[in-house]
Design a protein around this ligand. Structure first.
Ligand code: CMX
Length: 437
């Protein structure tokens, strides 16, 4: 077995026992209450789910296994010394809670490369999709098509024991993560180019190979991709893509079925699709002002933002269901831009938007959080390096998100978490409840 699997085998009994003990000794303790507002309002902030890999604080932002993004950048091994943390290092951390050594990361890279070969039917299927099918639809469908290889599904059909679920999930998780780069590269090269995909290069790390298969050989872009995958991986359990994977997986649907469902949630404009919407909004802003013969200034941006709001639309990339301050995922992308592309005009535009938008949204008076989220910044960085096809951006978010939700799915099965089944009520039930209370 791989060194990662061995480490997990060592860690699992302790975690399982601790959870059983906690349930036995403290199971009846009350951690939260639910108001009617929350019941109608999308269950906002009700604590009702176990999620081990990360935790989100409304003001501080995300911590992965206790570490902030700057701490990950400092502590996790990079591809080169001092570089951005690698997704392999992050996966190790998410799964074990421990910071890996460079050797452990390299072993995981090699393991992923060894698992990367696609089953023969997947590439022809992607190539047969109609032109113009959204890349997220292609991604979700391709993940479903990969499901023919699910170890979990085939072992379950053979009658495997509950005690082995974690192991089958582990195999599916790594196979699936390993196969995403080629799937996504085929989607990209077929959707926007001649369909020729550069050869898989197992001498590179996960992100480096992924970038070169997409057609990008600039090492700075590879560094961006490492950081991009890491920061998009996990954002605790309640967001729609994470929760979907957890919910679908709780029926013992295998990791392929669960991740495909998760990607469908990510494809919504209020969630992951916002990153393509942001770039569309910025380019629309530039174009409109150009047509009107106006300069891009704080005043003209403010006017354009009000037009969007008055048209009954949201400002993409701003607001958040949990966060109440600027997203640290935005800040780390900003720091990357300041280091690598300080003079890029679109980066400057993003900065000016950041200067004015919180005031506009505060005046608008609806959103609880007038600050930018992760999606506000990612497109500008990708575009700078030549990845200009913005309806592809959410696919990259999806690759990142797979690392987080699958790591948690592993623990869902390792801890034997049950079928998820919250209680719903009708409005008549609520009216009756109100009369009595
Ligand atoms: N522009 C305009 N209005 C906004 C807004 C924005 N950026 N953010 C929130 N609002 C509005 C909401 O639409 C809501 O209006 P109604 O009362 O008319 O329905 C009101 O403010 C209150 O919303 P909220 O409690 O502040 O925010 P929610 O928790 O309901 O929603 C989110 C959170 C992210 C969906 C919302 O802020 C939004 O639509 N933002 C724009 C889309 C976006 O950037 N999504 C990406 C989020 C990150 C990710 O998942 O990738």
């Amino acid at each position: 077995a791989s060194i990662l699997k061995k480490r997990l085998v060592e860690l699992m009994p302790g975690k399982q026992e601790a959870l059983t003990k906690m349930k036995k000794e403290h199971g009846a303790k009350i951690v939260d209450k639910v108001t009617i507002d929350q019941l109608i309002g999308g269950a906002r902030s009700i604590k009702s789910m176990l999620w081990e890999t990360s935790l989100l604080d409304p003001l501080e932002g995300i911590r992965f296994r206790g570490y902030t993004i700057p701490e990950l950048q400092e502590k996790l091994p990079g591809y080169k010394t001092g570089g951005e943390p690698t997704p392999e290092a992050l996966l190790w951390l998410l799964l074990t809670g421990e910071v890996p050594t460079k050797e452990q990361c390299d072993a995981l890279t090699a393991d992923l490369h060894a698992r990367a070969k696609l089953p023969a039917h997947v590439e022809p299927m992607i190539r047969a999709f109609p032109k113009g099918m959204h890349p997220m639809t292609q991604l979700s469908s391709a993940i479903l098509a990969l499901q023919t290889e699910s170890v979990f599904a085939s072992e379950y059909a053979k009658g495997t024991s509950k005690k082995k679920y974690w192991e089958h999930t582990y195999e599916d998780m790594l196979n699936l993560i390993a196969r995403l780069p080629e799937v996504c590269a085929i989607i990209y090269r077929v959707s926007y180019f001649d369909g020729v995909v550069p050869k898989y290069d197992s001498k590179l790390d996960y992100s480096g190979n992924f970038c070169q298969m997409l057609g990008f050989n600039d090492e700075a872009f590879h560094e961006l991709m490492r950081l991009y995958i890491v920061i998009h991986s996990d954002h605790e359990g309640g967001n729609a893509s994470a929760h979907t994977c957890h919910l679908v997986g709780s029926t013992l649907s295998d990791p392929y079925l669960s991740l495909s469902a998760s990607m469908n949630a990510l494809a919504g404009p209020l969630h992951g699709l916002a990153n393509q919407e942001v770039l569309g909004w910025l380019l629309g802003l530039q174009q409109t002002l150009k047509e009107q013969g106006k300069e891009v200034t704080p005043e003209t941006i403010t006017d354009f933002a009000w037009e969007t709001l008055k048209a009954g639309k949201v400002i993409p990339g701003y607001g958040h269901a949990v966060l109440r301050k600027t997203d640290p995922r935005y800040m780390c992308q900003r720091a990357f831009a300041l280091k690598h592309l300080p003079n890029d005009p679109l980066f400057k535009l993003v900065n000016t938007v950041y200067e004015v938008m919180p005031t506009v949204l505060t005046e608008h008076g609806k959103t609880k959080n007038p600050y930018p989220n992760v999606d506000s910044h990612s497109g500008v960085l990708l575009k700078y390096y030549g990845l200009t096809q913005y309806d592809y951006y959410t696919v990259l978010f999806g690759v990142g998100r797979a690392f987080g939700v699958l790591a948690q799915l592993f623990w869902d099965r390792a801890l034997g978490l049950p079928l998820e089944r919250p209680k719903s009520v009708t409005s008549e039930w609520l009216e009756d409840f109100i009369k009595k209370n």
